[in-house]
Design a protein around this ligand. Sequence first.
Ligand SMILES: Cc1cc2nc3c(=O)[nH]c(=O)nc-3n(C[C@H](O)[C@H](O)[C@H](O)COP(=O)(O)OP(=O)(O)OC[C@H]3O[C@@H](n4cnc5c(N)ncnc54)[C@H](O)[C@@H]3O)c2cc1C
Length: 392
Amino acid sequence: MMTYDWIVIGAGITGAAAAYELAKVGFSVLLLEQDAIANNATRYSYGGLAYWAGVSDVTTQLCTEGKQRYLQLAEELGTDIEFRELNLVLTIDRNTDPQTLLANYAQFAVTPQLLTPQEAGGLEPLLNQNAISGALTVKHGHMNPILTTQAYIQAMQRYNGVWAIAKVVDFIKERDRILGVKTPDTAYAAENTLVCTGGWTRQFLREAGMPVRVYHTHAELIEITGTTPQLQTLVMPANQMRFALEAAASTDELDPLWNEGDREILSPIFDPGGVQFLDGRILLGQISRTLSTTSLQSNAQASESQIRAGLRQILPSLADLPGTWHSCLVAFSGTRLPIVGSVPNLSGVHVFSGFTNPLVYAPPLAQRFAQAAAGNNDPILSQLAPQSPIPN
Ligand SMILES: Cc1cc2nc3c(=O)[nH]c(=O)nc-3n(C[C@H](O)[C@H](O)[C@H](O)COP(=O)(O)OP(=O)(O)OC[C@H]3O[C@@H](n4cnc5c(N)ncnc54)[C@H](O)[C@@H]3O)c2cc1C
């Protein structure tokens, strides 16, 4: 049996970027993905690149590197990934004081600019100006996550990386060392395995006896295809409830609930917003649910109605376009920093997940990870290592 230098599990943006960077520095790489047709967070992502949103030396550095990486990426990967700059419009509910929300954004490396409803309408003509007391705006990057992921995988193959559709169901373990992985049909040997399984990570690693403090939301959204471009900006609420939900659901106190069978950790939230890609595809979202299980038992019709009702306030001309409800899992950590590094107490297995601001951070961190694997010490990676879990 061939022994790969690296097996990467999961071909969303994180796994694709990591597999490419590892192959590029000369490692033999096998990328394994469970789904032939992507049904993951990357597929349903808005594609926004918040490289203005650094809040510390580490995150500001990653934002700078992320922007630089995207400026080179299309040429390096040999594919148009639809990278561009667009205006982010962060809507402020008409009952909220705009100055209060602006103050919340003072923590970021670049502070967004406050707009009146009329000015916001000038940037985004589809916006209902009567629903808002103002908006914040900042230059945001944008790319097509589906094309970017495919581009990474194709470029990885040019460096002799291999990829296969197969679900990893277990690890090959000898005492405290991981020697590879098992799929239903095959065992694959590797010196190292990298787990890039997004919102599946916690359950997947826990079932393998490797608890890591990563969590997931179930996101629900509506996808609309076959329309001509009309939305000029990426629209989201300035007060994003998702971040508060993630912080509240990942406390030490609530962490043990995530290990129980089928628990709703906290009540769901809804952040009305949307984006349109250059091919016309529109995504309108999003509801986020914190459920301990990775399978969603939700009433799709009720969720779709809730999203459409919310969008009727903000972007009324899009709210009733025919579209399809989807859901996916989105990983997050309790610290708003990604979790990147060796799984505690084991060798040969590493995790690369739990990203906040994932589309910005994944490319530079994948590069740093590959360089570190090749023997170069990395001062940022050492700050992102998985923490030991809370004992149950
Ligand atoms: C509506 C929405 C909008 C978003 N907008 C933005 C945005 O504007 N900007 C931003 O930065 N982020 C955004 N995000 C978040 C971002 O999309 C995700 O965090 C990111 O794409 C996650 O990438 P990933 O590779 O970690 O996970 P995923 O894309 O979910 O990929 C994980 C992969 O692992 C595979 N896998 C899991 N288990 C196994 C197994 N056992 N064997 C084999 N394969 C396995 C899965 O099939 C999946 O393909 C958004 C998310 C949503 C839902």
